[in-house]
Design a protein around this ligand. Structure first.
Ligand code: NAP
Ligand code: ZN
Ligand code: ZN
Length: 346
């Protein structure tokens, strides 16, 4: 066993504490990563506050991890000591089912093994990136390309891939009108990536407070949704709308935006179920879909795409002592656009 320093929350809504955690002794395919940065995803908060059901405590969240390889097992071939690497939302899967065979490990039929709040194949509860080191099988470790700094790259491992995957699957690109709903951690990466893919992008945010940024990140249009009547004139004009809202929202209102054969993709994960009207879907033969992160191969493709297009996350770097305060600000939609923990302060 290896002992490392981490920040853990001992129970739902309990403040973070500095602690130590045990990780397995690295095996032949394992990579020991000295963590440099860990992004704060809204999913960390939903999980730790038991909003998706009871979590495993003490909980060390963090699934937007970048760092440097410190040690490799004898059989490791993909990465070497000193390499800049990343780890996202999963650290393993069955690797044999039809979905794993397709490279869609996030949809492993047995369920992927989450980077935290799961039981690892080693029999230990997984612990995420709010820690000094992580030990991961090389098959689930990504390469951070040259030109992407480790701090702005960290949020790509969840926020980046969660938007890249549906934008590619539903073919956002030139001639397509794409809406991104909710302009937070996921949303701002959605705007940057959809614009880089060549789509015509509109941001839907609660207020106009972040309008200047939205346009700067590549959006053509920016709509404040506090007064929902503003959506009316935009009806039947979008090919694809992706919602990243972390709370309950009106699916019907956003379905109205879709033109013939348009798709509304939900990637936000509010705890409560939401309803949908039959006629909102029938009109224009609309589709309602969901999407979860992305597979390892596609995550690497996304990182390479972001490096090629100079896309990193907009971040506010914090020390580990500021995690509680940062979480409150995320819940208040007061973040531009991702908090990233400097792991040197763990
Ligand atoms: P975030 O930074 O907090 O962004 C969420 C945004 O939603 C906020 O910035 C806000 O946008 C909007 N919003 C929040 N409450 C709202 C409300 N009551 N009404 C309307 N809009 C509201 O969170 P995130 O890290 O991007 O994550 C977003 C959601 O995606 C979370 O539920 C998270 O768990 C989920 N998620 C899913 C996946 C996946 O694989 N599908 C992966 C990662 C995260 P404005 O300030 O612009 O209004
Ligand atoms: Zn996440
Ligand atoms: Zn599988």
């Amino acid at each position: 066993m290896r002992t490392y320093t981490a920040r853990a929350t001992p129970g739902a809504k309990a403040p973070f504490e500095r602690t130590t955690i045990e990780r397995r002794e690295p095996g032949p395919h394992d990579i020991v990563i000295k963590i440099a940065y860990a992004g704060i995803c809204h999913s960390d908060i939903h999980t730790a506050r038991n909003e998706w059901g009871p979590a495993m405590f003490p909980l060390v969240p963090g699934h937007e991890i970048t760092g440097v390889v410190e040690e490799v097992g004898d059989a490791v071939s993909r990465h070497a000591v000193g390499d800049r690497v990343g780890v996202g939302c999963m650290v393993d899967s069955c690797r044999e089912c039809e979905n794993c065979a397709l490279g869609e490990e996030q949809y492993c039929v047995d369920g992927n093994i989450g980077t935290y709040n799961a039981m690892g194949k080693d029999g230990l509860p997984t612990a995420g990136g709010y820690s000094s080191h992580i030990i991961v099988d090389e098959a689930f470790v990504l390469r951070i390309p040259e030109g992407l700094e480790l701090d702005v790259a960290a949020p790509l491992l969840c926020a980046g891939i969660t938007l890249y995957s549906p934008l590619r699957h539903w073919e956002a690109g030139p001639g397509k009108k794409v809406g991104i709903v909710g302009f937070g951690g996921l949303g701002h990466m959605g705007v940057k990536i959809a614009a880089a893919l060549g789509a015509d992008v509109t941001v839907f945010s609660q207020t106009l407070a972040k309008q200047e940024d939205g346009l700067k990140f590549g959006a053509q249009d920016y709509i404040a949704t506090r007064d929902m009547s503003v959506l009316k004139p935009l009806a039947k004009s979008f090919d694809l709308v992706v919602s990243t809202i972390s709370a309950t929202w009106s699916i019907d209102r956003y379905l109205q935006l879709l033109r013939l054969n348009g798709t509304l993709v939900n990637v936000g994960a509010p705890p409560e179920p939401m309803s949908v009207g039959a006629y909102s879907l029938m009109t224009n033969r609309r589709s309602l879909a969901g999407s979860g992160i992305g597979g390892i191969r596609e995550t690497q493709e996304m990182l390479d795409f972001c490096a090629e297009h100079g896309l990193g996350a907009e971040i506010e770097t914090i020390a580990a002592d500021q995690i509680d305060e940062a979480w409150d600000r995320v819940v208040d939609s007061d973040v531009r656009y991702r908090f990233v923990i400097d792991a040197a302060t763990i």
